[in-house]
Write a protein that binds this ligand. Sequence first.
Ligand SMILES: [Zn+2]
Length: 687
Amino acid sequence: MNVDLRFRQIHLDFHTSEHIADIGSQFDPEEFAATLEQAHVNSITCFARCHHGWIYFDTRAFPERRHPHLTRNLLQEQIEACHARDIRVPIYLTVQWDHWTANQHPEWLAVNEHGCILGTPPFEAGFYRELCLNSPYVETFLKPHMREILETLPVDGFFFDIVRPLACACRYCRARMEEQGLDPADGAARKRFGLQTVNRFKRDMTRFVRQFNPDCSIFYNAGHVGPRHRAVVDAYTHLELESLPSGGWGYLDFPIAMRYARNLGVDCMAHTGKFHTSWGDFHSFKNQAALQYECFRMLALGAKCLIGDQLHPAGKIDPHVYRLVGSVYAEVEKKEPWCRGARAVTEIGVFTPEEFYGAAVGGLPPALMGITRMLEESGHQFDVVDSASDLSRYRVVVLPDNIPVSPVLAARLEAYLASDGALLASFESGMDEDKDAFTLKALGVRLKSAGPRDLQGELVRGKPFMRGDYAEYVLPVGAIGQGLPETEHVMYMRGMDVEAEPGAEVLANKVLPYFDRTYQHFCSHRQTPSSGQAGPPAIVQRGRTIYFAHPIFTQYSRNAPRWCKALFLNALGLLLPEPLVRHDGPTTLQVTVNEQAAEHRWVVHLLHYIPERRSQDIDVIEDVIPLYDLKVSVRVPQKVKAVTCVPEEQPADEYIRLPFEWIGDRVEFVVPKLVGHQMVALNFDRT
Ligand SMILES: [Zn+2]
């Protein structure tokens, strides 16, 4: 089952040390709920048990775990006060990080192949040791704990925190692996078994909860949602994308995770924080413009909003924080009618390398980050997909830099191409897993050589060298070079050495340097200049496919050469001459299109906020810089009867209804002024 989430949520952290007295002594239920209501909050996740391991309600089952200085039945009072004002209260509890349990039961901790515990060592501050889900922890403590919550508290939902696959080598995991005929000494087998363990835990826990409560929301958090969630999404009622831009995730994480997660069949929400940096950053404030951008971007990408906060140990809710939250959530509330039931309208599917190589918070695949930036900077409408996605929805699919293609995937892609699809691939994408031949014949290229090796004997292709040791050049000509001077452009990382198959057209050749930079021969500070001598193909087209020999997306994520983006967008233009959206705004403008089928309309979201690397650690947004007279053109499936700026409160405002023109199957209009975020509704005829 899945749930229809609320739009304006808070996650109220409460990891509270036992060395602090009078916990909850200043909590006033009336003040708590009234402050939330005034801030337009309609859901707040509150704590049953924290990473310190302490419980915040009157537990009979585990009195030894009740916070020793808790002055009241805090969670129960929070829930009752909120329910009186129709505010939902999902319940938070930690799973794998629990300091109290880790101290009491070191035998339940996950260990690595050396027998060492994972996470915080003994002489460091922190509760980040990992409990193993194959240990007696689950049956001895976690389920009885859950049972008490389900039997004694009103439960709207559960947020299970820190539920992650571990390649654990503890005695319980070793025994279970042996029972299944697996080899515990094999690291890869332990990793697979770890994933199996966590998926089994989720299904088992969801079944357990359902014995008591048929419809509460259920989510298992691991800080990231990606392809590994597809197989177990049935254990969830919805997805929460934890992604605090200033908390290690950065501004690119959320759009990448959301463009994938929104197609898994359940409602999604996204987390940011009121913190200047990350969770636990007490007495700090996010700049208002940044909070606006982060929340409005959630709406633009189809997610509901959640802002993280932490309650002070004394339990008094901070009115200053909720003035900030309220300033943004008041706007979100007005925008909601144009976001409810929205589904993204997209035409490009971008394969994620995460399916093949994994990913981590702060460690998303560089190629995916590069292409996401290129497509967002140019107003394209796209999803992130994997090999199980329905490709028939897309006009173009892209395999960025390092997507291995198995014979099964090759057959799927060939079938997609045969039914009018188009495909763009780069670098090692389209090769087999060992990367020694192209399995995707549609690309029209053949591997000529593996290319040079460095002094250690490693292949140099696709590797960054600070001084461009193995750089090559591309000479853009004709349509592929539109907007670029017809001269050599450097490709800092060595590309593939390929030949075009008969019937394929070379759109641009490589131009070779005089020599590679080694200790034997080098020139100046960096890469050796062009020799002017033409080399093998750099960009090849065969029918509806275009192949780039260089890792242009990884390169863009490293230092963003504009020519890499221009070459890609020119190639995309050959395959997709009439994109869904065109605009004449700057590259900092973000545009998305959502459909509200029940309302017979599309809603175009225009967002303009500029994160700036203003400090060593994080990107900051402080200002909203307006844009004027933005020309937008949208390819629509049917006649539009009105183009309206929404929401606008003053009916007299001359900008509410925008004049528009028809150019072929495109509707074109000018938005007179954009301050941060503007939605434009394209209302279709109902006939
Ligand atoms: Zn284990």
